[in-house]
Design a protein. Structure first.
Length: 274
């Protein structure tokens, strides 16, 4: 019951976020902040889109020794830090978190979870009593794992379900993040009808072709499909392909590759969930 009350309270808190600037002094809404880390500018695009839609400012943060090397150098540095359990030192934030009730927290996915600068943020900033709305960008996936890690790292905060988009699909961010905000009650609009996926089915030639068309140009292994589930939505036919893969620890696991087939368009790989 306590958990249900907490979720309800969060929903009420977020519902007024987009109207905070319009409230009178006696009817102030929740104070909202879009806070993000972006190495390449992709996550910044999402942050600015959210900020524009909710009518708030997007604020970036970084660490004292920025990850400004090549992709390979960033990977090597992260591997060394993770192996030695080293968390980088956060630069001073340009805002005071205490001044806000709701924090839209953005980051790229590194090694299956939030980027290392977010680990620095969580280590140095107290989010107790805050509502955190995660959003992220990724090559293949990591939204669900990063949200779970945020909840573990911030047990005294309310961490909502988040928004994620592949960097390769950043051109779709406008419509998709707006629908996410509408569905969550963060801005006004028509909520998307929730449709459940059907039962699992064995792969046929049609489904194998769709999977190959959607994922064929992705450079990393996503897993071997063993079955699928499907549903029809306003955006088109959506598939969840069940795949044999490995988890973040390299152990055998079941994963899910999501694919959308819009009418007249190439099947599109949207994310993987491990």
């Amino acid at each position: 019951m306590k958990k249900l009350m907490t979720i309800a309270a969060a929903a009420l808190l977020l519902a007024g976020c987009s109207h905070a600037a319009k409230e009178t002094e006696t009817e102030k809404g929740p104070r909202c902040l879009v806070l993000y880390y972006s190495q390449t500018g992709t996550t910044e695009t999402v942050a600015q889109t959210i900020a524009d839609l909710i009518g708030e400012e997007a604020v970036s943060f970084d660490v004292k020794e920025p990850y400004n090397g090549t992709f390979e150098e960033t990977i090597a540095r992260c591997q060394d830090e993770m192996a030695d359990d080293i968390v980088p030192t956060l630069k001073s934030l340009p805002v005071n978190i205490e001044d806000y009730d709701v924090i839209f927290l953005g980051y790229p996915i590194w090694f299956g979870t939030y980027a290392r600068p977010v680990a620095a943020l969580l280590q140095e900033v107290d989010f107790e009593g805050k509502t955190i709305v995660p959003f992220c960008t990724f090559g293949s996936g990591g939204l669900e794992a990063s949200v779970a890690d945020l909840r573990a790292a911030c047990p005294e905060a309310i961490v909502t379900d988040g928004f994620g988009i592949r960097a390769a699909r950043i051109d779709k961010v406008g419509a998709e993040v707006k629908q996410f905000l509408i569905n969550g009650g963060y801005v006004e609009g028509e909520k998307e009808e929730h449709v459940e996926y059907g039962e699992e089915n064995p792969l046929g030639d049609k489904e194998k072709t769709i999977y190959e068309q959607a994922t064929g140009d992705y450079p990393m292994p996503l897993g071997t499909p063993t079955g699928f589930r499907v549903k029809e939505t306003a955006e088109g036919t959506k598939y969840v392909f069940i795949v044999s893969t490995t988890n973040r620890d390299g152990e055998p696991a079941e994963g899910y590759v999501l694919v959308t087939c819009a009418e007249g368009e190439q099947p599109e790989f949207t994310k993987v969930v491990r």
